[in-house]
Design a protein around this ligand. Sequence first.
Ligand code: SF4
Length: 358
Amino acid sequence: MIYDDFTMNKAHNLYIHVPFCMSKCNYCAFYSFACKNPDWTEYANNICKELEYWSQKLGKIQIPTIFFGGGTPSLMPVATFEKIMNCVNQNFVVDKDCEITLESNPGTIDKDKLSDFVLNGVNRLSVGVQSLNDEELKFLGRRHDVKTAINLLESAKNMNLRVSADFIYGLPNQKTKNVVNLCENINKLGLSHVSMYELTIEKNTPFGKMNLNMPDNEEMAQMYNAIPQYLSLPRYEVSNYAKTGEECHHNLNVWNGEAYIGIGKGAAGRVYLDNTWFEQRGNFECFEKISDGTRATEKILTGMRTMRGVKLSEDVKNILNFDWINSHKDLVAIDDEYLHTTDKGLLILDDIIVDIVK
Ligand code: SF4
């Protein structure tokens, strides 16, 4: 898609945050809160106010992807979603092949509701499955069981949606062989996109107050290494695996350093206006200029997490330490104007990031 820079600001991806959940999971430190009866009218009105504001500021820009994240976006009544999508369509030019993702939790959405979301534009469903073991799901504080999760994945596949599932590994007392087993069971689900997140214990969560017997660092590293060996999908980002072409376009765009707007309290964005980057947070909480150097550093931080790597654009090249890069070919490599880690480098990504920037 070619955008005319003289008449229109850059295209922006949209992230729309839905902060409500049925209850809080035991590990969750995300901005979300348990609310059985949210005021959806007020929520939709606030989201639409923000959308209108950005349309006035940036013009009727192109929207390549929209991601409804949470919280639990699948809790949203379809009428609320429809209202928000109408507002998006009135204020922006939504690409014909726009990827529209809805994050969901099993038990909050049935076949009929999913079908109504699809009629209103959703073409990708991300499902918080988290585990394929009912005991583990209970321990994590999830409200659903395995069967409900698998039914939702099947319904979505039958509707020809692009489907992704999230899983958590590294649970207390878990061993690498359990993660291998999890991967083998995930393979049987025939998914084209899977996210595998390591359980991290955050303060101010129920898990943070428990004295849990977590796997040690070595075991965690073994688990991390086992995933690409046993999962049938290739890794395209530190925690994400997909068939080629089935990657999450929204996340890839954000990781590649493209512009995006965060809508709703708890959302963050990087807005590009009048040749300047701005840090932005939803609910009008923040709009601050950031330097090109800071933005280039951010691109390196997110780009290096992807297997393709960070594009060597001028701003990125300006802050890279090529002496270090050229003398550490076992850890990093350059292909087709992208700098990426080798398999060995990926294991020490956090250290590499510090070294590759001047
Ligand atoms: S459903 Fe997701 S956002 Fe909501 S409490 Fe659980 S982990 Fe947090």
